[in-house]
Structures are given as structure tokens and as C-alpha cells.
Design a protein around this ligand. Structure first.
Ligand code: N01
Length: 494
């Protein structure tokens, strides 16, 4: 127990679920605050979440690294503006070692059930193995885009070749000289397609909906620049702030339903398309017909130009079914391939209970969210005391680094934890009316947001409502969310 851990600390177990960016950030901030009585439950056998799982060729962040890293753990050594997956994972492994977090992490432990005991002010967490743990506070950091979405394609299981998802890349399978199909044209596909195109015999990209693509303008940081960032932390801070400020400046183009703003960006993207693809007919197939921003805007310098290669074909006929030899389209055409890469995205977890969670009075989170996932500032749900979600409902950004939001959530949870410990509270529970007011305000903005302008995307739930993205500037969210205001919560003494 450290000096700043109070005598009560041993009796104040904190559970963090998930050892991705969110869980690691929470653990670091607890340690910085002198709170050591926490355990991180991680279902896999290594930390990293997204960056442990997404190792497909070309996997990289599409947000600049200076702002896609913790502000409290800046990294002057990023090798390029948009770091690749391996480098981000190495960064996370580095901070885990630096803060000696491994001894706090229980790997291979998947929490499968959580129940709150109101009289004791404790959560009981049950792992898949049946083992149980108690916690006074739970921080759920399970992530929003984690489990690969299995596409509903007839006959996929009958395919005689190799099939794998981008987030479960089979590195034992050599693609060299193979005929490869990539299904999907989202953020993962635009990275994987140009990376494998030079290596394979033939690459068929199955596009259901084209995407708006912006130039990436990635570049390496010179050794001189990296040394400067090391020697002058202020320069690194300034770079981080500039990247953040720029994303906020362009934010309205990305999130507002403002056709004139979108039109300007569409012209930029259109010029990028024209430069990349000389063939007019091919360009027409690659150009989206929905408003820019409605689906996630992709960034790549070499995705579109991959289609100018002789060995890459764009298939826009809808997939009818998969057979033993390959993919058959609705027009009867057949594409025989050795391997199918599913770049089909994720089962979206931003807006659903990750596992059965039972709060006060036996009410479950699924019941509370029957009409759609809602939380106060995306973090706390009335009736589920001492439970803080990172990257919860309506906290996803379309225009800037998710970590800007996550850090605000970590700060909010930390302040709550300190108050509960300091004052020996049984629990804090966000007031229903406070939560309702917050979400009414949020949902009233949705009709003005571009992702409600008539396209399909993972941003929207089945009923067309948006419980995934935050409708506004990150700065506004952060200023509202980073402080724990006791008056928003029912405070129950021990
Ligand atoms: O997934 P997606 P993703 N038949 O859902 C298609 C983050 N991310 O893995 O558009 C045929 O965007 C589907 O078609 P359609 C980022 O937040 C970040 O690419 O639905 N096609 C679409 O083209 C991103 O938004 C980075 O018509 C099918 C594609 O598959 C999120 O992850 C990198 C199909 C899925 O696109 C998800 O991106 C990568 C079917 N049955 C990802 N089912 C960074 O750089 C689906 N599709 C930080």
C-alpha cells in the first residue's frame, strides 16, 4: 500500500474491465492518484485491445499519433504522423511496463455477469469460469468496436479456401501469388487493400457502398524532429494541441448536416479520386452518392490508386452467395479465389450492455436500454451505481481522437472514486432526471447531424437512432464531462 492509499483502501477494490487504451489509461490515473487497490480484468492474454487485435497489413491509426496517445503519457518518439498498429501496441506495452501495471491485470478472465448489492454498495463480478470478484467501483472499458461482425452471406461456411477477418488476421497464411477477395470498403479495407495489392496475384474488392476518401498526407518524423520533441516537451504539447485544434476546426464539416460544407469537402475528395483513378467509368463506381460525413470519412493516399493496378478489380455487383471455389454475384458472375478477407467491421458495442449487468432493484442494463443505450455523459446510468463506462453511448467522435473523450471520462470516474473513498460513501447514482435532461438535449441535436442524412452506417441503431456518436465538438463534451458534479448524483452514505 502506498503512502497515499488510505487504510480503507484494502477494502476498496476497484474493477477495471478491459486492458485496452481506456482500461490502461484509467489504471495509470489511479496509480498517479496513489490508488492501488484496483484489478484490471482482461479476457485476452495481452493488453492493447484494438491494437493487439488489428494486425492486418497496413493497420494504422487514421488519427495523428500525437493526439492519439495519452496527454499524460506523451510520446516524442512516434516514427510518423499516423503510427502503424505495431507501434501503437508497443507504446501501450511501454506505458504498462513503466507504470508496473502487469501485476494488477488478470489475463484470460472474461467478466460475464455483474450484479449490484445495494445494501453493501458492492458489485459482484462473475467470470466465464464461474469465479467471482467483488468491487466497490467498476470501470467498464470494454471498447466499442471489438468483436468482428460476421457478415450474413449465404454459403460462407462452405468456402473451400481460407477465410479470416481483418481483426483476426491469419499471419500463417501467405498471400503471395494468391487470388484474394476483400469484402467491405470501410476504414479497415482502405488500409489492407493497398498493402496487399502488390503481393497477391489478383485482388477482387467487393464494394457494397463506396466511401468518401480524403488524402492522408502521412509522413515520417525525422530523427531531428523526434529529438526536438524529446528535448522540448512544450513543442510536443504544441503539436498535440495543433492536431487536436485542426480536427475541431474541421469538425463541423464532418458532423453537421450542412450540404455547403460537405460539398466543399466532397470536391476535395473528388479531386483526390480524379488524380488517383484515370478511368472515368471506374471513378463513377467509386464515388459515393451520399453526403460526405454520413459514414466515416476514410483517409488514404493509395487506396483509390490501387484500382489502377492490373491485378486489382472492383466488384460492385451484389454478392449472391459463396460457394466452395469462391464468390458468386447476383448477376451470375463468379470470382474463384483462394482466400476471402472479411473487412466487414465490428459488432458495435458502444450502445449495448457488454454482458448481463444487474443494478438496483434487480433491473438489468438491457431493460434500462430497451429503447436505446443512454447514459449521463455516456458514462453513468441511473440505477447502476458506482459503475462508470468509458467510450459508452454517444461518446464516439467522427472527427477527432477518441482519447480526448476517454481522458475526460477517466477524470470524471477518478473524481467520483476519490469522493466515495474519502467520504466512505456506499454509492453514487446519477439522478434519472439529470440523465434524461442530458440525453434529451443530445437527441434534439441529432436531426442536424450529417449521419442522420440518409445512409446506413454502424453509427445508427436498427431503428435509425444514434446512440454511438457525440453530436458536437470534443471541447464541449470534455468541458461538460471531465468534472464529477456531486449534485448530479444521488449520494448514499454508508
Ligand atoms: O468496418 P466498417 P471497418 N456484404 O463497418 C461492408 C474503426 N477503424 O472495420 O457500407 C458486403 O466501416 C460494409 O458495407 P456497407 C473506425 O471507427 C479505425 O472498416 O455497410 N459488404 C463496409 O464497406 C471505423 O469506422 C481505424 O454497405 C459488407 C464494410 O464492410 C470502424 O473501425 C482503422 C457486408 C465494413 O466497414 C469500422 O471500420 C480501421 C456484407 N454482408 C477501423 N457486411 C483507424 O485507423 C459489411 N460489409 C483508427
Amino acid at each position: 500500500m502506498s503512502r497515499s492509499d488510505s487504510p480503507r483502501a484494502a477494502d476498496f477494490p476497484i474493477a477495471i474491465i478491459g486492458a485496452g487504451f481506456g482500461g490502461i489509461g484509467m489504471a495509470i490515473q489511479l496509480k498517479r492518484a496513489g490508488i492501488h487497490s484496483f484489478t484490471v480484468f482482461e479476457r485476452a492474454d495481452e493488453v492493447g485491445g484494438t491494437w493487439r487485435d488489428n494486425t492486418y497489413p497496413g493497420a494504422a491509426c487514421d488519427v495523428p499519433s500525437h493526439v492519439y496517445s495519452f496527454s499524460f503519457e506523451p510520446n516524442p518518439r512516434w516514427s510518423r504522423v499516423f503510427a502503424e498498429s505495431q507501434e501503437i501496441q508497443a507504446y501501450l506495452l511501454g506505458v504498462v511496463e513503466k507504470w508496473k501495471l502487469r501485476s494488477h491485470i488478470r489475463f484470460g478472465t472474461e467478466i460475464a455477469d455483474a450484479r449490484f448489492d445495494e445494501a453493501a454498495g458492492r458489485w459482484t463480478l462473475t467470470a466465464g469460469s464461474g469465479e467471482t470478484f467483488t468491487a466497490r467501483v467498476v470501470v467498464s472499458a470494454v471498447g466499442g468496436l471489438v468483436d468482428p461482425a460476421e457478415p450474413d452471406i449465404k454459403g460462407l461456411s462452405d468456402f473451400g479456401g481460407e477465410v479470416f477477418h481483418t481483426a483476426r488476421w491469419n499471419h500463417d497464411y501467405d498471400l503471395t501469388g494468391r487470388n484474394v477477395a476483400v469484402i467491405g470498403t470501410g476504414a479497415s479495407a482502405v488500409q489492407v487493400v493497398p498493402s496487399i495489392a502488390p503481393q497477391v496475384a489478383k485482388l477482387s474488392v467487393f464494394q457494397r457502398t463506396p466511401a468518401w476518401v480524403m488524402p492522408k498526407r502521412d509522413r515520417r518524423y525525422s530523427e531531428r524532429a523526434r529529438r526536438r520533441y524529446e528535448r522540448f516537451p512544450l513543442a510536443l504539447r504544441a503539436s498535440r494541441f495543433a492536431q487536436y485544434a485542426l480536427s475541431e476546426l474541421f469538425g463541423p464539416i464532418v458532423f453537421l448536416d450542412a450540404p455547403r460544407l460537405s460539398g466543399w469537402a466532397e470536391r476535395l475528395s473528388g479531386a483526390h479520386l480524379k488524380r488517383s483513378v484515370p478511368d472515368r467509368a471506374l471513378r463513377a463506381k467509386l464515388r459515393p452518392d451520399f453526403q460526405l460525413g454520413c459514414k466515416r470519412i476514410l483517409i488514404s493516399d493509395d487506396y483509390w490508386s490501387s484500382f489502377a493496378r492490373d491485378n486489382v478489380e472492383l466488384v460492385t455487383n451484389p454478392i449472391e452467395q459463396v460457394g466452395h471455389e469462391g464468390i458468386q454475384c447476383r448477376d451470375g458472375s463468379r470470382h474463384d479465389v483462394d482466400v476471402i478477407v472479411l473487412a466487414t467491421g465490428f459488432a458495435v458495442g458502444l450502445a449495448a450492455a457488454p454482458f448481463p449487468v444487474q443494478g438496483r432493484g434487480g433491473r438489468t442494463l438491457d431493460e434500462a436500454w430497451a429503447g436505446g443505450a443512454v447514459a449521463y455523459k455516456g458514462m453513468t446510468v441511473s440505477g447502476f451505481p458506482n459503475w462508470f463506462t468509458l467510450m459508452g453511448p454517444n461518446t464516439g467522435p467522427g472527427h477527432t481522437s477518441v482519447l480526448v473523450y476517454t481522458e475526460a471520462q477517466i477524470s470524471h470516474a477518478l473524481q467520483a472514486i476519490r469522493k466515495i473513498r474519502r467520504e466512505g460513501l456506499r454509492f453514487v447514482d446519477v439522478r434519472q432526471e439529470v440523465q434524461d435532461r442530458y440525453n434529451d438535449r443530445l437527441q434534439r441535436r441529432m436531426p442536424y447531424m450529417v449521419w442522420s442524412s440518409g445512409c446506413n452506417s454502424w453509427y445508427l441503431s436498427e431503428d435509425g437512432s444514434n446512440h454511438a456518436l457525440y453530436p458536437g465538438f470534443a471541447a464541449e463534451y470534455v468541458l461538460g464531462a471531465r468534472r464529477f458534479r456531486a449534485s448530479d448524483y444521488e449520494i448514499v452514505k454508508a
